[in-house]
Design a protein around this ligand. Sequence first.
Ligand SMILES: O=C(O)CCC(=O)C(=O)O
Length: 199
Amino acid sequence: MQQLNLFTESTPVLPITYYPDFLTLEQANELYQHCLKLEWQQNQIRMLGKTLPVPRLECIYGDYGCDYLYSNSVFLKPLTWTDNLAKLRDSITKLTGYKFRIVIGNQYRSGQDSIGWHSDNEASMGFNPAIASISLGCVRKFQIKPRNGKPTDFWLEHGSLLVMHPGCQSTHLHQVPKTNKVVSTRINLTFRPHTGGGR
Ligand SMILES: O=C(O)CCC(=O)C(=O)O
């Protein structure tokens, strides 16, 4: 499988690995159709004293009790793993060695759906989590930067896997910015560890 370790001299050192063809086209198409039928919700986030709709749809699946709170405001309660998501989780673990207990889905319905600069450092994931991110559907720009550095851009392809290694969330921020281009739906699945819940 093609793998880009982003540690070359021509790119900044980035604690991530990109697998452009993690899924075959057929697998990616099937998974995309499966994901469209997941239980998407429009959550609200509290920011700067205001309550606003999160600019994308979200869903969460995972182990019982692995509830997830982010930005001190959005509370996500996992539904039971679907067979397809559990199989995907296991194939990522087989490739990377990292274990996951929840998956959070993001659905970007248009170019106006986005996720701003952030790191995924919620205590519920434990210290220095590894996060694995599957992209499906429309290709969108993903940017990553050291906390006080310049961004590097990637275009995350249908069926690709991006792994953010342990430490990445402490040293780097990432985002999927808005775009004025006409773009169709993109689905992203982030597989994450969790310290709570029953095992
Ligand atoms: O959609 C993506 O590729 C990134 C998602 C993300 O940053 C997140 O869920 O924290």
